[in-house]
Write a protein that binds this ligand. Sequence first.
Ligand code: GLY
Length: 407
Amino acid sequence: MKIKIGVGVLAAVWLSSCGGVQRPAQPGFLDENIGFAREQIGKEIEVIEKSGECLNPVTLKPDGSVYYCGYADWRSGFFPGSVWYLYELTGDTALLPLAKKYTGAISEAQNLTWHHDVGFMVGCSFGNGYRLTAEPEYKEVIVRTAQSLATRFREPAGIIQSWDVASGWQSERGWECPVIIDNMMNLELLFKATELSGDSAFYRIAVSHADRTLAEHFRPDGSCYHVIDYSLKDGSVRHRQTAQGYADESVWSRGQAWAIYGFTVCYRETGNRKYLDQALKTFGMMKEHKNRTADLVPYWDMDAPDIPDEPRDASAAACIASALYEISTMDVADAPSYKAYADSILVSLGSPAYRAALGTNGNFILMHSVGSIPHNSEIDVPLNYADYYFIEALKRKSDIEKAAADK
Ligand code: GLY
C-alpha cells in the first residue's frame, strides 16, 4: 500500500519532519477521534456480544474475516485494554462490565511461562483495570503474572528469555536464549508488581534486563537489533539478528517503537537518566532517518528494499506517539517539541489515510499496519495493538492538555 496525500500537506509535513513547525491538531480533534474510537470499538463489541462468546479481536485474515485470539496469544490484552481506556476517556459506564468481562477472559495468562509477552497481555488488561477500579483480584493477577515472567530470567546473561526454542519456527534459527527488543515492554508489569507486592525481586529483574539490553541491543546510531541470542552457559552474546525485520542490520520500525517506549518507562520507574537518553537517541535516529516519511508514519522497516513502495506500519507510529507524549512530560530539553511531534503523528493516523471509515476495516480503528513480512503474515492490515496505542496516545494527549488548561 502506497500512502497518497496531497502535495500541500506533504510539503508542510516535510518541513515539519526536518525540524520546523509541526502539523498541529485542529480544535475538536481529540473529541472527534475519541468519539469515533468509541463508536468503532462499539461495533466490535456488538459483534462479540451477538456471538455469545468472549471473542478477542486481533486483525483481519486474508479472507477479510476477523481473527480472534485465545488468552495465550501475545495480543490478548490489547482489546480489553482498549475498552478500559475508552471507558476512562468517555465515562460511558456501559463499557465497564464489558472491560471486566474481556479482561477476566484472559486471566489464565497469569500462569503462562512459555513466552515472555505476559507483560503486554496482563499489563494492558488487568493493569488498566486495576488502575481504574483498584479491584484486589486484579492486583493478585498482576503479581502472579510477574512471578510467571520471573521464571524466564536467565542468571548468566541477566535477562528474561523471550522465546522458547524447542519447537516452532524459533527452533530453526540455532538460538539458545533469544531476547527480542519487544521484551522491554514487559518490564512495566515487573515494576508495578514490586510496587504492589513490596517484593523488590521483580524490580531487580527489570533493571537487570534493561541494563543488559542497553548494553547489547543498540548500534552506535541509536537503532536497535531485533533479536540478541545469549549463551545460557556463560551469558555471552551468540548472535545479533532479526526475525521480523528486513535484515539483521536493518531498522525494523516496531522494534524501534518498543525500544523508545520501553526505555521511557524504565526512566519513569527508576529515575535513571541513561534509559531516557537511549529512548531519545533511538527516537532521534528514526526522526532523522534517510527514509523518514513525510506523514511520520514509518515504513515497516526503514531499510526495506522497495521504499517508497513498502508498507507503512501504523502500529509503530501509534506506539511512538504514545511514548513521545510521556517524554514531553519529563525533564527534557524542548519538551513541547515531543508533544508536537506526537500530535503530528496522531493527525496522520486520525486522517482518512489511516483511520478507517465507521463500520469498515473489521471494525478496527486503524488501517495499514504490518505484523511480520518475513513470515508473510499480517501485511498492511489492522492490528489491535495499533488501535490500543492510538487510544492510549489520545488519552495521554487529553491528560496533558487538561493539565495545561487547569494551570
Ligand atoms: N511483539 C511482536 C511484534 O511486535 O510483532
